[in-house]
Design a protein around this ligand. Structure first.
Ligand SMILES: *Cc1c(COP(=O)(O)O)cnc(C)c1O
Length: 391
């Protein structure tokens, strides 16, 4: 398997294509350490729970500055576990950002609740605070979800948290993209009432498959999450609730523990790439979205806001021609997805989310990008922009 991946990688490299994300750049020794764990765990039939899962949860506590961490099968389940654990169920209204990954919306529907979308803020990609406040006052939600997109959180995160507290609305923070994000000197997960993450391979702390976790300082909520994610179990054949199976595999936890050993280096490398883009792109007519004041971003995603559809299409064409990958995270808002129509309960605010989705373009960003790659990307962007502006 890895030989095939390596050959594929070499082939792509000789064509000097640059992917949007490259997940194959492991540190020296990573693969050997992984093989040795796989060897012993497989021989010992350590497949469910056990030491690796316990160690991962323990390490997440100090890293993320939370009192309880419960791992689960994926980031979407993490959201559903969080919603269920705080008592969201049939008929409850839950606020969701209109610009986010579909799972944020989906989780609300899957627990039987009614999603109400909230418009975006173009300055940080988070929710529009005015629309959010109106939704809290008029929408009578039981809970609200916000998503920390792109590698930072809302510029006005403290206001969002305070608003929810004042109105007795549970705030669930979808931190699937936020591993390593710091706000005012602390982990962004630290002051959340309840938050989640995803270990999907392309996330900052990515697994060798699916995984996720729920974080909270509330022991009762943490217990409930743990129970729901393990069939509502109170004993092996005793069930205190109806949950489902959302356990994280032990082998997956082992991979994540090894990845955690390198996470600071990976995040530092991502941040260096961010700094490079920031240094080389500002006079190209493209607006780079920055982490708001107070944040130290994790370098998850590069976010360019293109001034108009024509220049966006032109840049995409030149990137394609040069063999450089790019993303549009996200190309459409939740409320306009065909799958949302049957469930959408309402919307607060305007159409800024649509504007964000129409203009967003993401350049390659992943750990251990080379200077050659970064220079090449920036040159292609600059040449493309110069051609458009007739310079
Ligand atoms: C990745 C992601 C999820 C879902 O995580 P999975 O592990 O893929 O289920 C949810 N919300 C956001 C914002 C994400 O980026």
């Amino acid at each position: 398997m890895s030989l095939i991946l390596n050959l594929y990688y070499v082939q792509r490299r000789t064509k000097i294509n640059i992917p949007f994300i490259d997940l194959k750049r492991f540190e020296p020794g990573f693969h050997d350490a992984l093989m040795s764990k796989l060897h012993s765990m497989t021989l010992g039939a350590q497949f469910i729970g056990g030491q690796e899962v316990a160690e991962l949860e323990q390490r997440l506590l100090s890293k993320l500055e939370v009192a309880h961490a419960v791992t689960c099968a994926n980031g979407t389940d993490a959201l559903q576990l969080a919603l269920r654990a705080v008592g969201v169920g049939a008929g409850d209204v839950v606020l969701v950002p209109n610009a986010t990954f579909w799972a944020t919306f989906e989780a609300v529907v899957n627990v039987g609740a009614k999603p109400v979308t909230v418009d975006s803020d173009l300055s940080d990609g988070g929710v529009c605070v005015d629309a959010f406040e109106q939704a809290i006052r008029e929408g009578r939600p039981k809970a609200a979800l916000i998503a920390h997109l792109y590698g930072w959180g809302s510029a006005r995160i403290l206001e969002l948290r305070a608003l929810c507290r004042q109105h007795g609305v549970v705030l669930i923070e979808d931190g699937a993209q936020a591993f390593g994000v710091r706000y005012q000197g602390h982990s962004i997960y630290k002051s959340a009432q309840i938050s989640t993450t995803s270990f999907y391979p392309a996330k900052v702390l990515g697994g060798a498959g699916d995984g996720g976790a729920v974080f909270t300082d509330d022991a009762t909520i943490a217990d409930k999450v743990r129970r729901l994610g393990n069939h509502g179990r109170t004993a092996h054949y005793g069930y205190g609730d109806v949950g489902w199976n959302s356990r994280l595999d032990s082998l997956q936890a082992a991979f994540l523990n090894l990845s955690l050993d390198h996470i600071e280096a990976r995040i530092a490398s991502r941040r260096e790439a961010v700094a490079f883009y920031r240094q080389h792109l500002p006079d190209t007519g493209i607006q780079l979205m920055n982490a708001p004041d107070g944040y130290e971003e994790n370098g998850y995603c590069n976010v360019c806001l293109m001034p108009d559809l024509a220049s966006k299409a032109a840049l995409e064409a030149s990137l394609k021609a040069a063999g450089i990958g790019f993303g549009n995270i996200y190309p459409s808002v939740m409320s306009k997805q065909p799958g949302a129509a049957a469930y959408l309960e309402g919307h607060f605010g305007g159409q800024v989310g649509e504007q964000l989705c129409a203009s967003v373009l993401n350049l390659p960003l992943y750990p251990y990008m080379t200077e050659t790659e970064l220079h090449r990307i920036v040159n292609v962007v600059r040449e493309g922009q110069e051609a458009i502006h007739g310079r």
